[in-house]
Design a protein around this ligand. Sequence first.
Ligand SMILES: [Zn+2]
Length: 421
Amino acid sequence: MRVHDTDLYRHLLGLEKPWTIDRVSLDVAKQRVDVFAKHEKPKSWPCPECKTACGLHDHDEERTWRHLDSCGFQTHLHARIPRVKCTEHGVRQVRVPWAEPKARFTALFERFAIDVLRETSIAGATTILRITWDEAHHIMERAVARGMARRPHEVPRHLGIDEKSLAKGQHYATMVCDLERGHVIDLAEDRTKESVRRCLGRYSINDLAQVEAIAMDMWEPYVLQLRAIVDNADEKIVFDRFHIVGHMNEALDQIRRRENKALRAQGDDRLVGSKHLWLYGKENLVKSNANLATKFAFAELRAANLKTSRAWALKESLRDLWKQPSRAAGERWYHRWYSWAVRSRLTPVKKVAAMVKRHLPNVLTYFKHRITNAGSEAINSVVQMLKKRAFGFRSFPNFRTAVLFRCGGLSLYPATHPKLG
Ligand SMILES: [Zn+2]
């Protein structure tokens, strides 16, 4: 069957001179539309590199691009791309207005696919778009490469550095965020000095001297690397309160597990099932959807003479450090908390207390810069979700692509209909 309304397709595809539609064929059984483009004979074609007007050399083999469906019918565009012979660049394919070089989809299709991929998983997108997993992933890769190439060179004032465990076991990634603009700058495999250097690779030493503050965890390799590449790093590094409270929560959980085991051996089940209640911040527990009976039972547990409740009180109290009015007040406050912590006879808590004490100058830098990694919480929840979708992330490059696609603050769309000249 032939469709004669070639004008409609010229508009739908946004073809412009010298391109036009030759013919359109419709296969109802296969639910497929094939659109064949042709071109008039312009006086010259621009070289794709230098835009110099060149004569037509020849045509390449016919190629096919998947386009947006027409009324549910898969639509494919066909054309033979002209080649020019530029004195400077030799024989080259000219740019076509509907797709980027080497793409298998039209720019409008890729644009739509990017919108779909932003809203759903790759698996979901393959069903909606009727493309393969590899095609969907390739569209994301191209979008990220495009976005990274276009990203303006802006030096972040506030950096956030985070480590992410990628899977059970010792597989880590380092993620660097621009805390003000709220996007991920880059990720690198591992959590070594080299990982940080790679994430910040786009910046010169002069650029990095302009960074004002860096929120991060107390992780020696990161510190060493930052001292090497950021001017005055010791004034700028802020050991982040979310990380520090996170360490306290780990200590608390360790204590709870041990105590629970000991109590159960004596037939005492009080701590069973209470794990998350201890890890909440006090004010969040009140707001949580735990029922009233649970909340009362937990209040009783907190008041009981348990190691876990002592550790909890220390954890909750530590959070007040960051509410102190000044650096000097914060320092005094910490020394009081520290002597309470070391007398607690709770080894995991004492370890955290000693670690914070060792790093105290760069914990107290908070009072100068007032930054935390909390700003990247939105990013973290997306990263968490991407990690849960186990697909494909057996490889680090796939994980990096997925994170930058969602959280890189990148301009991802292909240029539609670039001018030919
Ligand atoms: Zn040229």
